[in-house]
Design a protein around this ligand. Structure first.
Ligand code: KG4
Ligand code: ZN
Length: 401
């Protein structure tokens, strides 16, 4: 079966097409990400209203690229079943005008696309409906509803955090349970207990338990805010990790600041990163001459402070729950030092446990992870009915539990 997936939870517009064979093997036909990084760099971060506008612009061109890459481009349907305009609900289909009334630019792009291209050979649409930036999530959700209703293809809504975990199944099928997942992104830092194996249409209930999470800033947010303090631009994670790698090669001592490791010794699995950011701000104020070497050293210290806390709390969870796998996911898991240090620690202390981390381009937001999660939540019964799209809502605070 072919799954067309849509991801718009933050500032990346992702469209992927995944083919899953009868024996469950994955074949990635396309995984296209249109990133808003240039805008983020220009304005120093992500602004929901601006990101929503960009998704409206990017979704159709990204879909066209994905269809071309997959060889699924079709000639226009002679008499399309859906309606281009009109009131919100025309039974049994809704009109695009009604579904996309809050996304006029997207509607315009989609209508001209649908006049030019026909229904692709796709069996399921999978869309992220949370957590994330709600205006951005709604663009993706309404886009999914529009094409689901127009093409008469079932749609399933999936959780973004679960997708950051399940993307690991693509490259490392041998996940063992129970597992501990550390999901570290720009919006989340959570330690999650994954209780049982995944099967197609497993249903979400009961398989996940959030053991701990950040009480303030997420780890990625801390990277981003610290980078801003140091004048390094956005997103902060990649630039801090690049600078830190240079410090490791060049410097012998980094004595200008001892950064805190907030909550490293507490008995729970929670995190707090806002104090670290404040410590960086105060330390930075004291430095008059902000040389290249200073920035490299500071970057290395920030990165190590974040890594130390993540490793300590995650390893505690792995041991406490006798986990057989440790799974990393989310944008921060693209960090080379975090991956290497976590893997070494696990190999040393629990050599029988399996370590899973996605390739860096699958750590950050993409729609392939949304497609995989869609496969594990194949709609059944009433959900599989054509009108199921009507019930889907975006939820910025959606929980995995
Ligand atoms: O998962 P993601 O792409 O989007 C969200 O769901 O938030 O994560 C984005 C976050 C950003 O905060 C970014 O700075 C961070 O991931 N990030 C990194 C690295 N690459 C991206 N953090 C540390 N090191 C990296 N190499
Ligand atoms: Zn993410």
């Amino acid at each position: 079966m072919k799954i067309l997936a849509i991801e718009t939870s933050c500032d990346d517009t992702g469209i992927a097409i995944l083919d899953v064979s009868k024996n469950g093997a994955f074949d990635v036909l396309a995984n296209i990400v249109s990133s808003q990084t240039a805008l983020g760099k220009k304005y120093g971060g992500v602004f929901p209203a601006m990101a929503k506008r960009e998704h409206q612009k990017n979704l159709v061109p990204t879909l066209i690229s994905a269809l071309k890459k997959s060889g699924l481009v079709k000639k226009p349907d002679k008499s399309p079943e859906g309606h281009f305009d009109g009131p919100a609900i025309i039974s049994p289909r809704a009109s695009l005008g009604g579904i996309l009334e809050r996304e006029p630019e997207l509607k315009k792009n989609l209508v001209s696309f649908l006049k030019k291209y026909g229904k692709p050979d796709v069996d399921l649409i999978s869309v992220t409906n949370g957590p994330g930036l709600e205006p951005c999530l709604w663009v993706g959700v309404n886009f999914a509803k529009a094409i689901s209703s127009f093409w008469n293809i079932p749609v399933v809504a999936v959780n973004h955090i679960e997708s950051h975990i399940l993307v690991n199944l693509l490259e490392s099928p041998g996940m063992k349970f129970p597992a501990i997942a550390l999901v570290v992104s720009g919006g989340h830092t959570q330690i999650i207990l994954v209780k049982k194996p995944f099967g197609a249409a497993q249903g979400k209930s009961g398989n996940y338990e959030i053991l701990g999470e950040t009480r303030d800033d997420a780890a990625g947010e801390c990277f981003d805010k610290c980078a801003k303090i140091l004048g390094l631009g956005y997103p902060g994670g990649p630039v801090i990790s690049k600078l830190a790698a240079k410090a490791r090669l060049s410097c012998e001592s980094r004595a200008f600041a001892k950064l805190p490791r907030p909550m490293i010794g507490t008995k729970d699995y929670d995190f707090s990163f806002s104090g670290l950011k404040t410590a960086v701000l105060y330390a930075d104020r004291k430095i008059k001459n902000k040389t290249k070497k200073y920035k490299q050293e500071m970057a290395a210290d920030i990165q190590q402070a974040i890594i130390d806390v993540l490793i300590k709390k995650t390893m505690k969870a792995v041991k406490d729950f006798k986990a057989k796998s440790l799974i990393l996911g989310g944008g921060v898991s693209a960090n080379k030092e975090l991956r290497n240090q976590m893997q070494k620690k696990l190999a040393k202390e629990l050599p029988n446990a399996k370590f899973l981390v996605p390739s860096p381009h699958l750590s950050t937001d993409n729609a392939l992870m949304t497609a995989i999660t869609g496969f594990y939540h194949l709609p059944t019964g009433r959900q599989a009915k054509k009108m199921a799209w009507k019930k889907i809502q975006a939820d910025g605070n959606l929980r995995i539990e």
